[in-house]
Design a protein around this ligand. Structure first.
Ligand code: FMN
Length: 406
């Protein structure tokens, strides 16, 4: 359905060529200082037409708050967010009246609903993600003010061009090397600990490694010139996240993250922490040993777990990677079949992204924020309920956390 979250609930609405797209955000805590400018920052990072590496569809994507905010603070009531579709050109899609685009959603929507939007991708278009990004910006503002949480995503690969292995060790293919510490390099941990959105946005590809970013730019331009497309990956880190978030067993933090990320259009893969690389490293190297933390809590000296153990955050940085396919709509002619089965050739007109990952960065950040705030509010509800009970003093020490005097 079109709603995500249990307490911080976001419902997105709108088709790509309709009057507007947007979201209703229900369950936002009251008293959060919030204005349209807070939301616009992330929408402007998502919007099309920012560089020659994205679709030329020129949308301002200006957000209009409809409800739920007065005098610059949230009321606790549903927040209505509206963004007008301005630069839509339904006639661009006339050949797709005949042909379902290969690997797009035209055929499956028609099979499912028995009808579909008359032009463009309708709900399957990336314009649907505007509502997510707007809602995510609200979640982020709360997370930042209340807990200092920081979420930063960046492009880690385009096609076969990856961040160098010193910076992004997750792609090691050295068969004989069991040395986990080599793979989880200090450079990678430093990148996760320090990367900022300003740094990411210095490159049009949003890859924070300038040499690699330039190669990615050339790769995307090559795809565009060939009237083709190319995929890539986005890596994201969540910093300053409190321990204890995530609801075993079905709503583990990683499970909800996977749900959120795999709901973004064009996603094909998700991994958290060591991910697929972790399957190649022996337990003796892969385990994250505990050490004494500054605040009397335990912390880990490595972070293969990606900040999640047993589906619950342990207070370390959460990091994960999302794989995006090469966009389906390409102007190059493809042999395929019409809706009635007649074989033919489709060269899709219209304006399309040759590679989605630079624009997917704020979408990944938004979905990470929505997961974090919802699981945080769930944990806070549990803690608030327990705090009203008399303290239990009869439990054996094996059942409780030691007092913070480690
Ligand atoms: C930021 C972004 C931009 C996108 N732009 C395009 C595009 O221009 N052309 C296209 O065919 N798909 C584009 N997509 C992907 C389609 O929306 C998606 O492939 C389609 O809905 C089919 O769904 P699926 O790939 O998840 O199976 C984009 C996705 C994102 C996240």
């Amino acid at each position: 359905m079109s709603t995500f979250g249990q307490i911080f609930r976001v419902t997105t609405y709108g088709e790509s060529h309709g009057a507007s797209v947007g979201a209703i955000v229900d369950g936002c805590p009251p008293g959060l200082p919030l204005g349209e400018a807070d939301i616009q920052v992330q929408l402007s990072r998502r919007r099309p037409g920012q560089t020659n590496l994205a679709t030329p569809r020129n949308e301002k994507d200006a957000v209009h708050v409809q409800s739920g905010i007065e005098m610059g603070v949230t009321l606790g009531t549903p927040i209505g967010l509206l963004v007008k579709n301005e630069d839509h050109r339904p006639h661009d899609y006339s050949e797709t009246d005949l042909y379902p685009r290969p690997s797009h959603a035209d055929y499956t929507y028609l099979e499912k609903y028995g009808l579909k939007a008359s032009s463009g991708g309708g709900r399957s278009s990336a314009r649907e993600t505007i509502g997510r990004v707007a809602a995510g910006a609200i979640a982020e503002k709360y997370l930042k003010l209340a807990y200092g949480v920081e979420i930063v995503a960046f492009v880690s690969s385009v096609g076969k061009i990856h961040l160098p292995s010193s910076v992004a060790p997750l792609d090691s293919t050295d068969e004989e090397n069991d040395a986990a510490t080599d793979a989880l390099s200090p450079e990678f941990l430093k990148l996760l600990a320090t990367i900022s959105r300003e740094e990411v946005d210095k490159q049009p590809t949003r890859c924070p490694h300038p040499e690699t970013a330039e190669k990615m730019t050339q790769r995307i331009i090559r795809a565009k010139d060939a009237q083709d497309s190319i995929g890539g990956t986005v890596t994201c880190v969540i910093r300053n996240i409190p321990p204890g978030l995530g609801e075993p067993v079905f709503d583990k933090f990683g499970a909800v993250l996977a749900h959120a990320m795999m709901s973004i259009p064009a996603t094909k893969a998700f991994e958290v922490g060591s991910g697929f690389r972790g399957t190649e490293v022996p337990g003796s190297k892969h385990n994250d040993p505990f050490t004494r933390g500054e605040n009397g809590r335990l912390k880990t000296s490595t972070n293969w777990s990606g900040g999640i153990q047993g589906g619950i955050t342990n207070g370390e940085n959460i990091y994960f990677r999302v794989g995006f396919k090469s966009p389906a709509t390409i102007s190059q002619a493809q042999e395929t079949a019409q809706y009635d089965g007649t074989p033919g050739s489709l060269a899709a007109r219209g304006r399309h992204d040759p590679c989605v990952v630079p624009r997917a960065v704020p979408i990944v950040e938004a979905m990470a924020a929505l997961v974090t705030i919802d699981l945080l509010l769930q944990q806070n509800a549990r803690k608030a309920a327990t705090s009203l009970l008399p303290a239990v003093t009869t439990l054996p020490p094996t059942m409780v956390l030691p007092k913070k005097s480690l």
